[in-house]
Design a protein around this ligand. Structure first.
Ligand SMILES: [Zn+2]
Length: 286
């Protein structure tokens, strides 16, 4: 890193990054670096097939339906677990993103609201994470609400996982089974948002996040939103192309050109932003 080059950080950015250090910030993470996003759901992301009108599937009442649903959840949990080991990930981009996130979190000390229920951030020891849609590795009793740390399903024996308190059926602690539902997550998010000034949005698909239900409180925040190839500030008031950040960082012309031509991704934007923040930190804090 050429320190002389980054002394050209615009005043606006210097103020904004100083605010991130000084004031409480929340980071909202979407599915960008989660294995979960690419895997089939049990037909519906919110209620499951059983919640559709006319569905004859009822995992709460029928033992065989319960076993079918648990078999699916078990398969999903196993794939997620496999994907979370570095040697099984072909591209490693999500782990690199995780490292960048970790650096940013150390610099700005923010809490994270995680939309994915795959437990990826927590299993990688990222602190201060709220899993707003639950965690597939954890279980919950549908009858009494008793929570279990880890559920284990024996797919060959096919036996019900029973609650140790009441004998009810244990389901994965995710949004599909009557808990972690939108009304709950909205309440949690609204309360968390009320306590922060700044918001980092690493959310590739806003349709999957409750922007509408939390719009009122979100409008009042200073927002840094990561998009493919650009960073959008304060609800679209300003937008900065990543190649302009690369220029501030003193990238070579050919590298800037490559960035300009790349299709772009949230991970790429996060990588540039992370580098930018570290350069700023080196100049101002240390
Ligand atoms: Zn129970």
């Amino acid at each position: 890193m050429d320190k002389n080059a980054v002394t050209g950080i615009p005043k606006f950015w210097q103020e904004r990054l100083a605010q991130l250090v000084a004031q409480p910030t929340l980071c909202v993470i979407g599915y960008e670096f989660h294995a979960d996003y690419y895997m089939p759901h049990f037909y519906d992301t919110i209620g499951g097939e059983w919640s559709r009108p006319g569905s004859r599937l009822n995992p709460f009442a029928s033992e065989s339906h319960y076993l079918a649903v648990l078999g699916w959840a078990n398969w999903r949990k196993n794939v997620i677990t496999k994907f979370q080991h570095p040697e099984n990930i072909p591209k490693l981009s999500n782990l690199q993103s995780l490292d960048q996130l970790r650096k940013l979190q150390q610099l700005f000390r923010f809490g994270i609201a995680d939309q994915s229920p795959d437990g990826f951030l927590k299993s990688n020891h990222i602190p201060d994470v709220q899993e707003i849609y639950g965690n597939i590795h954890h279980g919950k009793c549908h009858a009494c609400g008793n929570q279990v740390e880890q559920w284990q399903f024996d797919s060959s024996a096919k036996t019900i996982i029973a609650c140790q308190s009441c004998g009810g059926r244990i389901f994965p602690d995710i949004y599909m089974f009557g808990w972690n539902e939108q009304i709950e997550t909205k309440t949690i998010l609204t309360m968390t948002l009320a306590e922060v000034e700044n918001l980092l949005l690493i959310v590739p698909d806003k349709a999957q996040f409750q922007f509408n239900t939390c719009a009122e409180v979100m409008r009042k925040k200073r927002v840094i939103e990561f998009a493919p190839k650009s960073i959008v500030l304060d609800h679209g008031k300003q937008s900065i192309h990543i190649k302009d950040i690369a220029k501030i960082l003193g990238y070579r012309e050919s590298d800037i050109d490559a960035l300009n031509k790349s299709p772009g991704s949230i991970a790429e934007t996060l990588a540039i932003f992370s580098e930018f923040c570290m350069a700023w930190k080196d100049l101002t804090i240390e």
